[in-house]
Design a protein around this ligand. Structure first.
Ligand SMILES: [Zn+2]
Length: 506
């Protein structure tokens, strides 16, 4: 059975979402999770665009195995050189070059003729071919380009070595039957198409990115470009989880082999939401909080009698076996190690010891510890980046008629820095004010602050999530603890640490 290649561009197109800043270590953590899910290609960035992007691509290329890693480049030698420099050490590196092909882009953006665009594309693919034979070529704004020119352009780049030709609906203008027809026409009109793979890259401006991608698959596309949670420029890209679950759930219709590990979806989605600060609408397909919730009594009754009466998917398929109780107070290192192995987490000895201690603390406070609790605790350890500030001590004094006052002691690069006490409008504000004073970073605008319970019950772990604007860029932090003031402070410090790592990288 044939399959469809999943090309994930969360780290490139997704990172172009308004307000998103990811430090290279966050990109690496996301890339590792993508590899666990067994996507086929990870587009890790656009190396010429910034040093941060270059470093991130290099880090992903050097550290993430079992997956192709792509780097984006315009049809320019300097772009291609930089892309190769970043991606060359990947197990299977790919150079992805693009140039616009539609009349509107040619006239206003490029001010080039069709022949000039074609020559440019051919030269770029030839140039990239001296580095690798794994070359993808994209005709930007393809859905608004005539099929005659597309076919001429694709024939020319395939002749000089392009192995994948990508047909993007860059502006999200296409509708499904028309986009499917476009793929079919390009296939028919490009004489050497059997030497290349057809890929599509759909944007969601009309909410049709997934539908258009599926129509393309039915008409001969064998690679789809997607992003986790559908993030990306403007309304975003086709959502990875929706495409994969559509193909999986309707295997009877598409008849395609699914080689991806769907059980990684929930974790991947959460990781991307936490790192980018783009939270999910509750009714988001597959990964929204309500995606598996039933409200109407008649539905609940049906699901209790037989799940498939109202559920077409099993939550377990996407990795939500949340409330299962797994470990308790008496579980030791061995049980915890088994858990980590089962869920494919790798911790070095030092992280394991610190994690074990936190697990014990939690098990002391809660009688039973669930899957979700442990995974939430583990997510605290996820980014292996330089933690410039660490929390040593925190206390908050608050109550009716009291002026909330926080006392915080931090460790900076191993050394304890003076505790300080500040007042605030409320207890959380008091904590943040104190941390601002201790770190000397005063210009922090809190964009979002959220507390959620990880599981049910009054002894549940509290998860604090923060998105803060520092120096015009948005950084996120999150932490799960039994004490929500502690979790809030840790999340706030994480955002500050990421900002410091980011400025250091620049
Ligand atoms: Zn795009």
């Amino acid at each position: 059975m044939a399959g469809v290649k999943i090309f994930d561009t969360t780290l490139r197109d997704g990172e172009q979402s308004p307000g998103v800043t990811l430090i290279p270590e966050e990109k690496l953590a996301i890339a590792k999770q993508l590899a666990k899910m067994k996507v086929n290609v990870i587009e890790a960035g656009f190396p010429i665009s910034s040093d941060g992007d270059f470093n991130a691509v290099k880090m992903v290329a050097e550290n993430v195995k079992g997956v192709e890693v792509a780097a984006l480049a315009r049809c320019r030698k300097s772009d291609i050189d930089r892309a190769w420099e970043a991606v060359q050490h990947a197990e299977n590196p790919r150079i992805h070059v693009f140039i616009a092909s539609s009349p509107i882009h040619l006239e206003y953006k490029l001010q080039m003729s069709e022949d000039e665009v074609l020559n440019n594309a051919v030269e770029a693919v030839k140039y990239a071919a001296q580095y690798t034979d794994n070359i993808e070529f994209s005709a930007e704004d393809a859905s608004r380009t005539g099929t005659d020119f597309l076919a001429r352009l694709f024939k020319a780049v395939i002749d000089v070595g392009a192995k994948v030709i990508n047909i993007p609906d860059t502006v999200g203008y296409a509708v499904p039957s028309e986009f499917g027809q476009l793929i079919k026409d390009v296939k028919e009109k490009t004489p050497n198409i059997d030497q290349a793979e057809i890929s599509v890259h759909c944007h969601n401006d009309l909410g049709l990115a997934v539908a258009n991608s599926l129509a393309a698959i039915e008409n001969g596309a064998s690679q789809v470009e997607v992003s986790v949670n559908g993030i990306g420029e403007r309304a975003g890209n086709a959502a990875l989880e929706e495409i994969v679950m559509a193909l999986y759930t309707r295997q009877d219709y598409y008849n395609l082999d699914i080689t991806q590990d769907t059980t990684q979806i929930a974790r991947l989605s959460k990781l991307v939401a936490n790192s980018t600060g783009i939270t999910l609408q509750a009714n988001k397909a597959i990964v929204g909080a309500n995606a598996f919730a039933h409200e109407a009594g008649i539905h609940q009754d049906g699901v209790i009698k037989e799940r498939t009466t109202y559920e077409i998917m099993d939550a377990k398929t996407i990795g939500l076996d949340h409330n299962k109780l797994v470990l308790g107070k008496h579980s030791g290192r061995h049980a915890l190690k088994d858990f980590l192995e089962k869920y494919d987490y790798e911790l070095d000895q030092e992280s394991f010891e610190s994690f074990f201690k936190r697990f014990k603390d939690l098990a002391d406070k809660k009688k039973n510890v669930s899957n979700a609790d442990i995974i939430a605790l583990l997510d605290n350890e996820l980014y292996d980046y330089e933690k410039i500030y660490e929390m040593e001590y925190i206390s908050v004094l608050t109550g009716k008629g009291l002026l909330p006052t926080a006392t915080v002691r931090l460790k900076k690069e191993g050394e304890i820095i003076q505790s300080a006490a500040c007042n605030g409008d409320g207890p959380v504000d008091a904590i943040f004010q104190t941390i601002n004073e201790l770190t000397g970073i005063e210009d922090i605008k809190l964009m979002s602050y959220k507390i959620d319970a990880v599981t049910e019950g009054k002894d549940a772990l509290g998860e604090a999530f923060i998105a803060a604007e520092i120096d015009g860029k948005i950084f996120t932090g999150h932490s799960s603890q039994t004490d929500i003031t502690e979790a809030s402070a840790a999340a706030y410090i994480e955002a500050i640490n990421k900002y410091l790592v980011y400025t250091k990288n620049k």
